[in-house]
Design a protein around this ligand. Structure first.
Ligand code: PEP
Ligand code: MG
Length: 542
């Protein structure tokens, strides 16, 4: 195939070459709900054929896995193939089709009923099979509508993922090690897909625009996440060039190794703490190896997005405790749930909003849904027993919200005390990521133990420029004078109140912005872990 060159934003450095993978979007929406009486026989036949195709495809995947020595994973796909051909599922669908439901709608509905039966089983293994049932019935429904059924469940070979956009709930579901790089039509350096790519340490090119549609049939893709370009079906010389870039990057990383575990200090002796942003507890060990001196931002929403239901208080407690324990006595700042905007929560009914980034986001949603917020606060208080845990609230625009959140924390504390459950005190801080919070920083500082500036949102709200819109690149930098003025104001309020101020937005890891932030008074920088050694080097050379 003729190579196609895609140009966009280099969102995560490094180079990779690998097979192309194009994921399918979520649950298929049935095209027709009903059918005519005269169509029943033909539709039943179509259903049986679709089952055969899906079962065959799944068995092939199982075979491939078995041949490459992945016996355990192959077993899962054997189960999926069996499930696709399950006679009970077939008769439930057939009955619905005879009652004039379209097979694509019938198989989803029957699948949902079947999944609910599994979910209700006491045996943990069997109840976890509900998701397998949904997965299979969605594939059959998609097949009936002639759509590709290759969601991330079908990603079994390390590949370059090509997609119009990748929501955090998509990236959270990518099997570990299976994404070599991302290329997306939409997005900017501060979109969540870019943030995820940097944490995963894989190259990404975002914002390539409509040119992506010409690349979706590619077999192989070469990605240069430093320059911001990708080439489909590259020739041998191009592959060699990309391998060279990858090697150069490995050499640069090796040279930076010396900085991993230094304490960063500017020439005039100011100590700057360099911490990691985490999306899950499993990233903690890796972050420590990169030299993280703490966690400046633990994005708890990913814990909620990796699944279809909500994590219980105990499950949250386990995840928070694991991070705090891994960091010993080092500070770990855990941010309460920040969904809304571009982050949907699978277990919660979110109403469609015309402007989700200006909508029911972060602390607004948490304060309105105590059933969601309270268990999180209880889990945080309990996990604090294991180390130096601090909590911070996202999207705050006024001191009243901070007070309300702290009030809820007091209630959670009182409940635990009454129940005799062990917990420890935690410091509470605020994210400064709205212009309102920066302008009201003095009020907020009076009631906060620390500030953490979220430049990703602060930039988009100050400059009225969607952080994921690839056409607004020139308005997505934290070095705009208006943004810097708000950061200055925040730092001044923090100094006045004698509280520390960090930056946990992506600007914290940008070598050219670090000197600016430090000059404005920032004392802590938190970033994707692989960026830590370079940030320490930049600080040490100031
Ligand atoms: C920010 O807005 O800068 C931030 C760190 O939060 P998130 O990127 O998760 O919105
Ligand atoms: Mg934010």
């Amino acid at each position: 195939m003729t190579p196609v060159k895609l140009s966009g934003v280099g969102a995560s450095e490094g180079a990779a070459v690998g097979p192309a993978f194009v994921p399918r979007a979520g649950v298929p929406e049935p095209e027709r709900k009903g059918i005519d009486a005269g169509e029943v026989e033909a539709e039943l036949e179509r259903f049986r054929e679709a089952v055969g195709v899906v079962a065959g495809r799944i068995s092939e995947t199982a075979e491939g896995l078995r041949e490459s020595g992945n016996e355990d994973e192959a077993g899962i796909f054997d189960f999926h193939a069996e499930m696709a051909e399950d006679p009970e599922l077939a008769s439930a669908v057939e009955e619905r089709v005879k009652n004039l439901e379209s097979p694509e709608a019938a198989v989803l509905a029957a699948g949902e009923e079947y999944a609910a039966e599994f979910a209700a089983m006491e045996d943990e293994y069997l109840s976890a099979r509900a998701d397998d049932v949904r997965d299979v019935t969605r594939q059959i429904s998609a097949e009936l509508m002639g759509r590709s059924a290759s969601g991330f469940e079908a990603l079994h070979t390390p590949s370059v993922v090509l997609a119009r956009s990748l929501a955090p709930s998509d990236t959270a579901r990518i099997p570990k090690g299976m994404a070599l790089a991302f290329v997306t039509a939409e997005g900017s350096r501060t979109s969540h897909v870019s943030i995820m790519a940097r944490s995963m340490g894989i190259p990404a090119v975002v914002g390539v625009g409509d040119a992506l549609s010409g690349a979706l049939d590619a077999e192989t893709v070469a990605v240069d996440g430093t320059e911001g370009s990708a080439i489909t079906d590259p020739d041998r010389e191009t592959v060699a060039r990309f391998e060279k870039i990858s090697q150069a990057m490995a050499e640069e990383r090796a040279a930076l190794d010396a900085y991993r575990h230094v304490e960063a200090r500017t020439g005039d002796g100011r100590r700057i703490e360099v911490a990691a942003n985490l999306g899950s507890a499993s990233e903690a060990e890796d972050a420590l190896k990169w030299g993280a001196e703490g966690v400046g931002l633990f994005r708890t929403e990913f814990l909620f997005m990796q699944r279809d239901d909500l994590p219980s208080e105990d499950e949250q407690y386990d995840a928070y405790s694991a991070v705090v324990r891994a960091f010993g006595g080092k500070p770990v700042i855990i941010r309460t749930l920040d969904v809304g905007g571009d982050k949907d929560l699978p277990g919660v009914d979110q109403i469609h909003e015309d402007n989700p980034f200006l909508g029911w986001r972060g602390i607004r949603m948490s304060l309105d849904t105590p059933d969601l917020f309270k268990p999180q606060l209880r889990a945080l208080l309990r996990a604090a027993v294991h180390g130096n845990l601090k909590v911070m609230f996202p999207m705050v625009v006024e001191a009243g919200e901070l007070r309300a959140a702290k009030g809820m924390l007091d209630e959670a504390r009182a409940e635990l005390e009454r129940e005799g459950v062990e917990f420890a005190e935690i410091e509470t801080g605020v994210m400064i990521e709205t212009p309102a919070a920066a302008v009201c920083a003095a009020d907020l500082a009076a009631e906060s133990a620390f500030f953490s500036i979220g430049t990703n949102d602060l930039v988009q709200y100050t400059l009225a420029a969607d952080r994921g819109n690839e056409r607004l690149r020139r308005l997505q930098g934290a070095d705009h004078p208006a943004v810097l003025a708000l950061i200055r104001q925040t730092c001044e309020a923090a100094v006045e109140a004698d509280i520390p101020v960090g930056v946990c937005g992506e600007a914290a890891g940008e070598p050219q912005l670090i000197p600016l932030l430090i000059n404005l008074g920032v004392t802590e920088l938190s970033m994707s872990a692989p960026s830590i050694p370079r940030a320490k080097k930049v600080v040490s050379e100031l």
